[in-house]
Structure formats: C-alpha cells, structure tokens
Design a protein. Structure first.
Length: 216
C-alpha cells in the first residue's frame, strides 16, 4: 500500500544543514493500522508530509496504492490525493463558516467522492448527531475532533493519514476517539498511518514503528 524507498531529507537552518533522514525505507500493507512514534523534533510530521508528497524528499521514491507520487505533476497529485488519502490534523481543519453537516458534505460536493454512509449515520457513529446543524466553534475540542474523524471516514478513500489526532484532547476523549477510530477501521478497511507521541495509545495499533528504527 505504502512503499517508501531510500528517502533522504535535510533542512538548512541558517548555515547549518540538518540531515533528518539519509536512507529511510518503509513498507505499510493495505488495511494495516500503523502508529509512528518518537520524540519531538525526530521528523514525524515531515515523514507524514512526505508519504503524501505534501513535502518533497531530496531523494528516494514514494509509491502509494501503486502510484509513484514523486513522478506526478502537482495538479495530478492534488487530484490523486483527493480520492485516495484523507488527512486528520491536530488542529481539526474544520471550516468555521459551515455547520457540522456542511463540513461533512463539502468534500463530496467539491470532488464527487462517494460516501460510505449518510451524514446522519456517520454522525450517529461518532455520537454527535444532535450537533448536526451547529457551527464548529460551538463545539468542544473533543467534539470538533469527532467531526474531523467522521469526515475522514465518511468518504471512500483507502488511506487515512493522521498527525497527532488526539494531541489536543484529554485522556478521556483520547481513549474514546481511539476506540472510535479502531471500530471505524474494522468496518471500513481503511489503511491508517497515525503519528503520535502518546505512549498510552500505542496498544491500539496493529504495528508501532519508532522513528529511531527508521532512521537507524
Ligand atoms: N521547513 C523546515 N525548515 C527547516 N527545518 C525544518 C522544517 N520543517 C521541519 N524542520 C526541522 O526538522 C525537524 C523535524 O521536524 P518535524 O516537524 O518533522 O518533527 P516532529 O517529530 O513532528 O516533532 P513534534 O513531535 O514536535 O511534532 C525539526 O528539528 C525541525 O526544526
Ligand atoms: Mg509533528
């Protein structure tokens, strides 16, 4: 499903070069639920971005779902992402001018993606269907994250990338959201790659990969 081969990435900060990875390779099978973890600054978010080629690597190849992302034009990649990857970010990325229902409808309206469930069914599954017609800033952080997760599972995209999706939540909400993601994955067979630094949720993954083991 995901094939990263010989990825190198460095940044220049002032006059100093930081070699984040010099030869990183990674294989993730379809339907796996993988968590990537390690300390702050170890390059987790950068890797997340490289998997979707939101950020380019200096060398190496990224093949996702049989598509060599590094070989596509920007426009082709954007179209490809829209039907193949859903992202969940730490800060939710909900559209504040749209209601919960409209936030969930938007990706379908924009790119014609097929829904797995109705919006109402999906919101029932995440336990917030009573909030369907209100705006994101009228929701708590945990509720906003539920909307973001509902939106991620609503459409038939085979891959879900999540960067610290529980980073803003208390332990109670974190456990609930993780259970929810786990249940949704069983029903939808989505491949999930989740970045996290939270030790207590690692047991939920099929496989845990440390940045240390990738960088060597
Ligand atoms: N655009 C950039 N320019 C220069 N350096 C960068 C850039 N992006 C990231 N870095 C550096 O690369 C390193 C890794 O950053 P990254 O965001 O991938 O870490 P992370 O593991 O996600 O950390 P955190 O757990 O704090 O989110 C950091 O030291 C950062 O300073
Ligand atoms: Mg990060």
């Amino acid at each position: 499903m995901i094939h990263l081969q010989n990825i190198a990435k460095s940044f220049v900060q002032w006059s100093e070069t930081i070699d984040l990875y010099s030869d990183l390779s990674l294989e993730i099978a379809a339907w796996e639920f993988v968590m990537i973890t390690w300390q702050s600054g170890s390059g987790k978010t950068t890797l997340f971005n490289i998997i979707a080629w939101l950020q380019t690597a200096d060398t190496g190849e990224v093949i996702v779902h049989d598509t060599a992302l590094h070989t596509l034009w920007d426009d082709e990649r954007t179209i490809w992402r829209a039907s193949n990857i859903w992202f969940v970010f730490q800060k939710f990325h909900l559209v504040s001018q749209l209601t919960v229902r409209e936030n969930l409808e938007l990706p379908g309206d924009l790119s014609g993606l097929t829904k797995r469930y109705t919006v109402q069914e999906m919101l029932d599954m995440v336990g917030i269907s009573s909030k369907i017609d209100i705006y994101p800033d009228q929701l708590s952080g945990g509720e906003q994250q539920r909307v973001a997760i509902a939106r991620a599972f609503l459409y038939e995209t085979p891959l879900l990338l999540a960067d610290e999706p529980t980073g803003n939540l208390d332990l109670w909400n974190t456990q609930n959201i993780m259970q929810l993601i786990k249940d949704l994955q069983k029903q939808t067979w989505v491949t999930i790659v989740m970045i996290t630094h939270e030790q207590e949720i690692l047991t939920r993954a099929d496989r845990v990969i440390t940045m240390e083991s990738l960088i060597g």
